[in-house]
Design a binder for this molecule. Structure first.
Ligand code: NDP
Length: 332
């Protein structure tokens, strides 16, 4: 083993689905970029599941190192903003899809894709949040900007047992919102209440087409990780002036909804994208996450795994069978 020798999960494709193998690579194998990072932690997201299984046409070139988010320490930099020893976080920018990602002990990326680790925060907790937590924070900020204020009116989180949903529940509750968590897993109710949910409802209540274009007004806001299966009934039950932050598609891409909630109740549908989000908004979201995320809640959401576990866990996350956040621990 030499100084620039590191472990990576490499996807290769011959026919059909890609195969994943742990290989030893060298720094010279890494793609172009001006900052090289010793990756200590990565995460498993729904999109990583798709990439590991070769679904969705996300990866066009093999061999490929997946991992859409990571945290670690800069070991080499040609960029003025970063120096060896700096702690950094990366999410988005199609890293792990179009560019090699975080399922390796080293990654080389463009400096403008990185965010400096907030003071007092660490790589494990950054990846316990990961893309899911970052997106949940963007959604909370979007609801705030839309005027959905903390108080006694309920704010719904769909897909609440998942990574994004669980973090959204904790963040909203910490900010003083009254949170209703929708889940398909009855067994998650106690855990969701411990994260701060005031009530837990069955996913079936907010799935499928609503019985009428306008249901009784219930939600002041919603952070929706489910999409197609949930959005029509969430929109139909928003209170006057309410807003839904549409973050995910775990329940499908397409939805058919009535225009009536928009024109009779003035509700808003807010699109949330974490991948191309501009740097100042990223820095603000990470600063808020480091400040506001209850650490005990975050620890309770995180399970640690190794590179070797990922192919098997990819099947589970795609089948909606994982809970909370899965943190991949790298390093020698
Ligand atoms: P998870 O798989 O951890 O969570 C998704 C949750 O959605 C599941 O735990 C489950 O919750 C629920 N769910 C799963 N399948 C269905 C279904 N068929 N119908 C209804 N509910 C379902 O994923 P993440 O939390 O990492 O991501 C959530 C979503 O957000 C994904 O679609 C992901 O692609 C998207 N996302 C979008 C980003 C953006 O930039 N906009 C960034 C990050 C993620 P329960 O069992 O509680 O019902």
């Amino acid at each position: 083993m030499t100084e620039d020798d590191f472990r990576a999960l490499v996807l290769e494709q011959a026919d059909g689905a890609p195969t994943a193998t742990i290989r030893r690579l060298k720094d010279s194998d890494l793609p172009e970029g001006d900052v090289t990072v010793a990756v200590s932690h990565s995460g498993l997201n729904y999109k990583d599941g798709l990439i590991l299984k070769g679904l969705g046409g996300l990866v066009r070139r093999y061999p490929h190192v997946p991992g859409i988010d990571f945290a670690g320490t800069v070991i080499e930099s040609r960029a003025a903003e970063y120096a060896p020893g700096d702690s950094v976080i990366l999410t988005g920018w199609r890293v792990g899809e179009a560019h090699w990602g975080g399922y390796a002990e080293r990654a080389r990326v463009r400096a403008e894709w990185l965010v400096k680790m907030p003071d007092g925060f660490d790589a494990f907790h950054a990846m316990a949040l990961g893309t899911a937590g970052f997106t949940a924070m963007l959604a909370v900020i979007a609801l705030e900007v839309a005027g959905v204020a903390p108080g006694s009116d309920e704010v719904l989180v769909t897909g609440a047992s998942g990574g994004l949903g669980g973090i959204a529940v904790a963040l909203l509750s910490q900010r003083g919102y009254t949170v209703a968590a929708a889940t398909g897993r009855a067994g998650s109710a106690e855990r969701l209440k411990a994260l701060g949910a005031a009530s837990v409802i069955d996913r079936a209540e907010v799935s499928g087409p609503p019985a009428r274009p306008l249901l009784s007004a219930r939600w002041m806001g919603c952070i929706d990780a489910v999409g197609g299966a949930a959005l029509p009934s969430v929109l139909a039950a928003l209170r006057y002036g309410g807003a839904v932050a549409a973050c995910g598609n775990a329940g499908g891409n397409d939805f058919a909804a009535s225009v009536l909630p928009f024109i009779l109740r003035g509700v808003r549908l807010l699109g949330i994208d974490s991948v191309m989000c501009p740097l100042p908004r990223r820095q603000e979201a990470w600063r808020r996450l480091a400040r506001d995320m209850p650490m005990a809640a975050l620890d309770s959401l995180a399970t640690t795994v190794a590179l070797e576990d990922l192919p098997h866990l990819a099947d589970q996350i795609l089948a909606g069978q994982t809970e909370g956040r899965i943190v991949v621990v790298l390093g020698r």
